[in-house]
Design a protein around this ligand. Structure first.
Ligand code: DAH
Length: 348
């Protein structure tokens, strides 16, 4: 079939689907995917243009554009309608009267991430850790090179990074709280026993990743610190949060600033290890990374790596909150819906 003929078929199909759409309960999103998505009808016909004879292209192009415009404006109208309906339904369901005067100070609750941060800080303080805050805007030295990430090393790609524009020396929004290790070690002499909670940033967004998220870093440096201390400390705080029957697992892994390094998994708290959608049927959930501080890191901060050893670990606070409070999607934490927070009064 000639492409021009196909376009006119598509135009007919669009009109009949649009009419059907109005009488059925299809969502604008699935309509959009069918027409404008990666494998949608419009995208496919655009692809086909490559094979169309040169002299037919201008006319065919014009028609496709006309069709696309129709689809887009139809969708825009439907999306607007859907969001208006959503607002009305939400207001009706929650009995909100937007005309009432605002009552200041009478309601509110701590955010689940804040609650989890407080619980973690309380646990670690009990074990004698101090709390150290690191900066969110960071130089390459603290975020990468002092942590033994070599320039151009692919390990940097694991942390897809926001760089600040127009800086003569590169500045980044820190990709992890591990930068606090370097600040602390340059300021203090061993023994060190600290945690550093805070915000971190990466170019990442899906059901289990948000571009800004929260981590907690832990660093211990002293004489004769071993992997046994590391495992003991991780087990201790994980069990305080999730219950004494929750198991942890360490999988060997690579992080430039530790050797040996491992990923920390906890038994899935939703299915208690049986396998479910949240843990992709594995029974385990990864919460962070850990290991023994690499001698090159000690060298970067002028510590004697013959005299001192240390362990470090870092994990996502949001992930912990999601697991402890049974939230299926991490993004719920950042939608700003206060009805979520109100469910946690017991933890305040
Ligand atoms: N900084 C790592 C990340 O964000 C997590 C991490 C791994 C922290 C190993 C550590 C560690 O302290 O030892 O992916």
């Amino acid at each position: 079939m000639e492409v021009v003929e196909k376009i006119s078929h598509l135009m007919h199909r669009f009109h009949s689907e649009a009419a059907e759409f109005l009488s059925q309960s299809e969502t604008a999103e699935s309509f959009r995917i069918r027409w404008l998505g990666k494998k949608g009808a419009i995208t496919e016909i655009f692809e086909e243009m490559k094979t169309v004879a040169k002299e037919l292209r201008p006319e065919a192009g014009k028609q496709i554009h006309a069709l696309r415009q129709k689809v887009e404006s139809f969708l825009e109208a439907q999306q607007k309608k859907e969001s208006e309906q959503w607002i009305e339904a939400t207001i009706a369901a929650r009995h909100i009267d937007p005309t009432l005067p605002v009552q200041f100070g009478s309601q509110g609750a701590l955010h689940p991430v804040t609650l989890m941060r407080h619980r973690l800080m309380e646990i670690f303080q009990r074990y004698g850790f101090s709390i150290y805050e690191g900066p969110e805007i960071e130089s390459d030295f603290y975020n990468f090179s002092a942590l033994n990430f070599q320039a151009e090393h692919p390990a940097r790609d694991m942390q897809d990074t926001f760089f600040l524009a127009d800086q003569s020396t590169p500045l980044v929004l820190r990709t992890h709280t591990s930068n606090a290790q370097i600040h602390a070690m340059l300021q203090e002499k061993p023994p060190i026993r600290l945690i550093s909670p805070g915000k971190v940033f990466r170019v990442d967004s899906d059901a289990s990743h948000t571009p800004a998220f929260h981590q907690l870093e832990c660093l211990v440096v002293d004489r004769r610190i071993s992997m046994a201390h590391l495992k003991g400390m991780i087990d201790a705080f994980v069990q305080e949060i999730f219950g004494s029957d929750i198991r942890t697992r360490f999988r060997p892994s690579y992080f430039p600033f530790v050797e040996p390094g491992a990923e920390i998994d906890v038994a899935c708290t939703l299915c208690r290890g049986k396998g479910c959608q949240t843990c992709s049927q594995t029974g385990w959930l990864e919460i962070g990374g850990c290991g023994m501080v690499h001698p090159n890191v000690f060298e970067a901060v002028n510590y004697d790596s013959e005299e001192y050893t240390g362990f470090a670990f870092g994990f996502g606070i949001d992930r912990m909150a999601m697991l402890a409070y049974g939230l299926p999607d991490l993004r719920q934490l950042f939608e700003g819906d206060v009805s979520l927070h109100r469910q946690f009064p017991l933890y305040q």
